[in-house]
Design a protein around this ligand. Structure first.
Ligand SMILES: Nc1nc2c(ncn2[C@@H]2O[C@H](COP(=O)(O)OP(=O)(O)OP(=O)(O)O)[C@@H](O)[C@H]2O)c(=O)[nH]1
Ligand SMILES: [Mg+2]
Length: 454
């Protein structure tokens, strides 16, 4: 309903946008809307007639002057990304030629698209459901192969299929219960229970299972964050550089070098690991350093894993113990500077902290593999399964489960009207994932996060 209203509002204009980041050899400009082919014809003179999905060579002209030599293609509605008439121009990526092409298009009756407007139109025209549309951005932003695979799964409609299967169970349960409401005199209550409850139970199980994949999904897409903490000068930044494989953070012999958190990623076994270097923690710090220490603390709280760095050549100090206690969570203790004479050892550290310990040297690279292997990566499900990757979807699944549980409770009070209200509520919540029941506000908020030209 909402979808149709939104579509009616936007069908009448034709939009355009560059679809590629600036600075490349080739830039792709997209045009979509009822006049897309017309707009292209006004600016393009090709060697042959434009035809659905056939690439043509030609020039783009602005006020009679050629601004670029390009390839162009048109797509007939509904056989296009957006479901509307579309055109794409593959022009040179130089700033001057590209802006000439864009100006020519703008002068021919198209308006610059808003971020995400192409995909929004694809959604409104029924080319993809809302979960697939959201996955487009996740795919573009994915930083690991596994994350990209998870997004691609959703793009192909994997999540929609599961949601629709759950909604079907609820529809069947509703039909049974509503029949009972219509014929109250027949005293069908026992039958209704027998037939409807298993459907609700199955739906709850299915939805909870989906919600349970969020831990994996979050990991696949956003990776595992690993905060590196410890007192000043123990070699946190050196270790950080050693782990990410480049000189990213500043290292000096002066305690208090790192003042703000710095992060960088690597991909290991298909999973993204995001390391966060932090300011050394100490009590007598100046104003700036204090802020840095506060950030270090919150990074350590929020991270999926913590590396607590101790200078093996200095031994375990009171300050190390205090920092560890303040962490209040498990960490992998790294005894750094293993290339220097030792003042402590792994056994002693294990006893002092009660944690897993690795001896390493940021200077020689010793211990890198061991650290990476011991970072606890929570069990990641098979990336080829459908996994929930979005916080919003996770919250919706939780809310739907709650509604269904309360519908089961309402059964006990034998108030069938209440039961159906809760089931309908759950059905609607699920529909917010695929978009059938999403409000205009929800739809807009999703596309607002998109990049231009997508
Ligand atoms: N020999 C040796 N020196 C190291 C090693 N790791 C770091 N260092 C030295 O220790 C000093 C401090 O290193 P940083 O990496 O800046 O230490 P940090 O923990 O980040 O220090 P802050 O940012 O001040 O908290 C530098 O002089 C490094 O060269 C190591 O494994 N072996
Ligand atoms: Mg540092």
């Amino acid at each position: 309903m909402i979808k149709r209203e939104m579509r009616d509002m936007m069908v009448n204009d034709t939009i355009y946008a560059p679809a590629t980041p600036s600075g490349g050899a080739i830039a792709v400009v997209r045009i979509s809307g009822p006049d897309a082919h017309e707009v292209l014809r006004r600016v393009f003179r090709g060697t042959a007639e434009l035809k659905h999905a056939v690439m043509r060579h030609g020039g783009i002209y602005r006020s009679g002057v050629q601004v670029d030599d390009v390839m162009a293609v048109v797509f007939d509605e509904p056989r296009s990304y957006t479901g509307e008439n579309m055109a794409e121009i593959y022009c040179h990526g130089g700033a001057v030629s590209l802006s000439g092409v864009l100006a020519a298009i703008a002068e021919s009756g198209a308006r610059l698209a808003e971020p995400g407007e192409f995909t929004k139109r694809a959604f409104l025209n029924g080319k993809m459901d809302l979960s697939a549309a959201g996955a487009v951005m996740e795919l573009i932003g994915a930083q690991s192969a596994a994350g990209a695979r998870a997004a691609l799964r959703q793009l192909k409609g994997g999540l929609r299929e599961k949601i629709e299967a759950m909604q079907q169970l609820l529809t069947r349960a509703l039909a049974i219960i509503e029949a009972g409401i219509e014929y109250p005199e027949e005293d069908l209550e026992a039958d209704i229970r027998r037939d409807a409850l298993p459907l609700l139970e199955e739906a709850i199980r299915g939805i909870e299972e989906m919600a349970g994949t969020f831990a994996s999904g979050r990991l696949l897409l956003h990776g595992v964050s690993v905060a590196i903490v410890g007192r000043p000068n123990v070699g946190k930044s050196s270790l950080f550089n050693m782990l990410v494989g480049r000189e990213r953070a500043i290292v000096t012999a002066i305690p208090g070098t790192t003042r703000d958190t710095v992060d960088d990623c690597i991909v290991r076994d298909g999973v993204l690991l995001r390391f966060i270097d932090t300011a050394g923690m100490r009590s007598e710090a100046d104003e700036v350093e204090k802020i840095g220490i506060e950030r270090a603390r919150s990074a350590a709280q929020d991270a999926d894993a913590v590396l607590m760095v101790v200078d093996r050549s200095a031994g375990i100090t009171e300050e190390d113990r205090r920092i560890f206690e303040a962490l209040g969570r498990e960490a992998l203790v790294v005894l750094n500077k293993a290339d220097l004479p030792a003042k402590t050892n792994a056994e002693e550290a294990r006893q002092a902290f009660g944690c897993d310990v690795v001896e390493a040297s940021a200077k020689t690279g010793q211990g890198r593999e061991e650290i990476l292997a011991r970072i606890h990566v929570p069990e990641v499900g098979d990336a080829d399964d459908v996994v929930v990757t979005s916080e919003r979807h996770h919250a919706i699944l939780k809310a739907a489960t709650d509604s269904l549980k309360s519908s089961m409770d309402a059964f006990d009070t034998a108030d069938l009207d209440c039961v159906t209200i809760d089931i309908k509520e759950a059905w609607d919540r699920l529909g917010e994932i695929t978009g059938v029941t999403a409000t205009e506000e929800i739809i807009n908020s999703i596309f607002d996060t998109f990049c231009l030209g997508k």
